[in-house]
Design a protein around this ligand. Sequence first.
Ligand SMILES: Cc1cc2nc3c(=O)[nH]c(=O)nc-3n(C[C@H](O)[C@H](O)[C@H](O)COP(=O)(O)OP(=O)(O)OC[C@H]3O[C@@H](n4cnc5c(N)ncnc54)[C@H](O)[C@@H]3O)c2cc1C
Length: 653
Amino acid sequence: MPSNVPAVVIIGGGPRAAGVLERLAANRAALFAGRFDVHVIEPHQPGSGRIWRYDQHPGLRLNSTAADVTMFTDSSVQCEGPAAPGPGLAEWATGVLDGSITDVPAMAPALQRQLRALTPGTFPTRQLQSQYLEWFFRRAVAALGTDAPVTVHRDVAVSIDAQGGGGHRVSLAGGAVIQADVVLAALGHTDAVPGGQSADWSAFAVRHGGFHAPPSYTADVDYSRLGPGQDVIVSGMGLAFVDLLVLLTEGRGGRFEEVADGGLRYLPSGREPRFWAGSRRGVPYHSKISATLRGIPAGEPRFLTADAVDALLAVTEELDFWTQLWPLIAKEAGYAYYRELLTGYPERVHTGWEDFAARYAELDWYSPERIALVAQAVPDESLRLDFERLDQPFEGRRFASDRDVQAAVAGYIEADLRLRTGPDHSETLALFTALLKIYMDLGRLLPPERLNSRSQQTIHGWWHGFFSFVDSGPPPRRLHEILALHRAGVLQFIGPGLVVSADEETGQFQARSAQSGITVSARALVEARLPPPSVAASANPVLRALHRSGLGTEQQLISADGLNSTGRLLISARNEVLNADGLAVPGLFGIGPGTSGWGAGAFARPGTNAAPFRENDAVARRILHALADSAGARPLAAAASTRTAADCGKDQP
Ligand SMILES: Cc1cc2nc3c(=O)[nH]c(=O)nc-3n(C[C@H](O)[C@H](O)[C@H](O)COP(=O)(O)OP(=O)(O)OC[C@H]3O[C@@H](n4cnc5c(N)ncnc54)[C@H](O)[C@@H]3O)c2cc1C
């Protein structure tokens, strides 16, 4: 029976959903009079959800410091709704300790110790972050008030069906069906049914009694079959690789102890496997940075500006990433880098900043004149910013021997730590901050549909990967741990250009790098990365159902070899889910990592006009508009809601 109280169903209760809830509360007074119901569907604890749930290994951490984590909007956030400031993680921890923040359940002694030890520079555990996110969620529910009650369903949504007269029916695995005027899918990173080569490798491992972990969320994989000392090939050296090492070294009883030179020594438990790790680049992600800026503070963007992008859009329908956008990105990021180098370390350069900046502004990033300007100003070649070398550090290098590869990768990590955690290379921080701002701003400066197909693929592929490699790396300690594991013989490097195959004769996986000359055979292979996005082959029932019904579809992009799917749920620039005919489905929205939107995380540094906050606000306002439309269209004689304000925030099975 329809209700005269409009309802919004949010599928997924991770931090994006929590952020949108908070924005619903902040905007409702201006956009919606009266009552509406909110349903959040989430099998895990809402607020933290799957990735940030408490129930995971205590050794897993964020790759951001506590000072860089907030869920709250502040005056920097350029959105239509009102900013509603609140504590970031570091201030929250202080508030919990001094009793000024309540509504936090009693914490286990280990978490209390973490709270007391937390400083703004700490990389917190995911367990501690779960408490902050769940508190934020409860606060957002409370802010919505009694006439926008939130019901949490600890369940999985399995389908969304359009109703004849408007609205949707959302069916849950447990059998419940919820009528919704508006649905928001905030599903995050979802699993995909392994396909292609991954599926072949899983079958190969089963046939030969080996082990294969396809791309997954590392914390959800059962590695118990990997025995002590067993050789394991690891394909991928990003964040999933770091998590894997944590789970199978410290997680199996090994310990790290500090040594006099500031590094670490690994004391094995004897239960850890032996890792052989490689990837396309052959090196782990860059360390997070602990330096502080000492030069002229960052100003407003100068080259990658709204005016510059508008000027390009005025003369061409679709922009090209490599020829039009990237040169502006490189110039903007390069400007920040050289400003810090020239003003922070005048003794290292031959040109004054004012002079350099004036000439730099006139030149293209890829012009010989710009290269000459830098060469003249910065005598030490290793201090010149070279994006191509940064992206592919071992490009073109031939290694003489296995020993050469091991030394080169370890040396690369040591140099990275020196540059990013030493006291006198803050130009790396200026670059980091500039890239972060660009990453957050790109979607605002340029509507995705104004980029050509090839470039949209580059945004989801190379640009996201490069940004993650430089800016989304692990805490420095993790790189010290990698070096310690390497010295202890638990981890060996295969090198760049990793290629994996399966040998039916021996029943072993084989990993090789033509560049390094190393070949390794092992019965176990871990693909250390998240599953590729997929709607059609998603392991998530609701995405598969959307695909089956045609209510949702995958983003297709034209490339040289025809139409290619990115695997992402296609949404419009207004976050409307687009159906198989490319039409917006009324009242159905999508947000976050698995969509075609240029999503960027869920929490952010305070004071950075962060993209997720802007998007949360815009989506919340669209939801409120849609609810208002739907309330206006509803026949007055419709039955009253059977639920009451007392349902607020109550978990339902
Ligand atoms: C391993 C890992 C580590 C990361 N570390 C960091 C970090 O340190 N710092 C950082 O800024 N970002 C990090 N990220 C990025 C991460 O994407 C964001 O921090 C954030 O979690 C995204 O929020 P979300 O709500 O969009 O997605 P998620 O956090 O993935 O939440 C989505 C939720 O939807 C639920 N869901 C999905 N399908 C259904 C369904 N059918 N029915 C009901 N519920 C459903 C899931 O259970 C999940 O809880 C990390 C990501 C991963 C995968």
